[in-house]
Write a protein that binds this ligand. Structure first.
Ligand code: FAD
Length: 287
């Protein structure tokens, strides 16, 4: 199928882009990598009257470290993360996670921020952003605002972005020298969306885990931290038996999605396995 007719705008600046969004309103969508939007338009799930293509805006292409944050511009592609984008544990974590997103051609066009704006419950970057406490910068003609990733994503394919706002950049906190981070994903074929995945991160201080962050993706209707698993781990020494306890705590506290191929009970069990394996990956990660 072909998309319904639309008008394409190709602004050269952020000011021009947000002017289009403000002028046209709800019927206007941002085009980033197009790896979700274009198929949705072809299937007529989405039929915007206007698209604002942000790929020509130089100011959105950058990725840089600013203080203790990694700042990722709106058109930074998934493939930029193949090699570590910074020398610490965060760069290494992102370079491991990216290989789970789709296939290479999609990674060459799809963007980090586009994934956040699309808010698929099984998006790896949504899981990373929510678990690590990213802040997202939104811009419109009325100015800029910073929103925590878990306030931005408010359900499956749903965000608190206003129609006139452009997601300009994501700001991910760097992981410190004592940080350990691990990721685990389960799907049936390489390149498929995750059925379940977990991200575990903590600081190892005097032999115990501090600042524990456990996030689950693909299980519930949005990526979310799991307080029950975190409570099991905080202040304890890393150990396999404890990781299994944390997995069970996660499974007991999630509200899993159900679909035609995967039951809620299956996803509940999977959440336990994912948490346990993400923790094992974190514990064995080299500093
Ligand atoms: C076969 C296939 C497999 C895939 N597998 C995975 C996977 O395993 N994991 C995964 O996470 N993703 C997967 N994807 C999706 C892919 O990662 C997309 O790149 C991503 O979801 C969207 O990024 P994009 O830049 O292509 O956004 P687009 O498709 O351009 O846009 C997606 C949505 O976000 C909005 N948007 C985009 N950027 C902005 C912005 N800066 N400001 C405001 N709104 C914006 C658009 O208007 C649109 O509504 C897959 C896609 C395909 C086709």
């Amino acid at each position: 199928m072909k998309p319904a007719p639309f008008v394409l705008h190709k602004p050269g600046t952020i000011a021009e882009a947000v002017a289009h969004l403000a002028q046209i309103g709800d019927d206007c969508l941002v085009l980033a990598g197009g790896q979700s939007l274009v198929p949705m338009m072809a299937l007529r799930v989405a039929y915007p009257s206007d698209l604002v293509d942000i790929n020509g805006i130089e100011a959105l292409r950058g990725i840089s470290v600013e203080g203790d944050k990694l700042v990722i511009g709106a058109t930074v592609r998934h493939a930029r993360f193949y090699d570590p984008v910074e020398p610490g544990p965060l760069g290494k974590l992102l370079s491991g996670v990216v290989s789970h997103i789709a296939h290479h051609p999609i990674r060459e066009r799809g963007t980090f921020c586009g994934s956040l704006a699309h808010a698929d419950p099984a998006s790896e970057w949504c899981l990373v952003a929510v678990t690590l406490g990213a802040k997202l910068k939104l811009v419109s003609q009325n100015g800029e605002r910073l929103v925590a990733a878990d306030d931005f994503i408010d359900g499956a394919m749903s965000t608190t972005r206003e129609p006139d706002e452009l997601l300009m950049e994501a700001r991910l906190p760097l992981l410190g020298g004592s940080a350990r981070a691990g990721f685990y994903e389960f799907n049936r074929r390489a390149g498929d969306f995750a059925i379940g995945m977990a991200l575990a991160a903590y600081d190892e201080v005097d032999g115990v885990m501090r600042n524990v962050r456990i996030g689950l993706g693909g299980i519930e209707d949005r990526a979310a931290r799991n307080a029950a698993a975190e409570a099991v781990l905080e202040g304890k020494a890393p150990a396999e038996a404890l990781f299994a306890d944390a997995g069970r705590a996660a499974a007991g506290s999630v509200d899993p999605m159900e679909d035609a191929t995967t039951s809620a009970d299956y996803r509940r069990d999977l959440s336990s396995v994912c948490v346990e394996r993400a923790l094992a990956a974190a514990a064995s990660a080299t500093k």
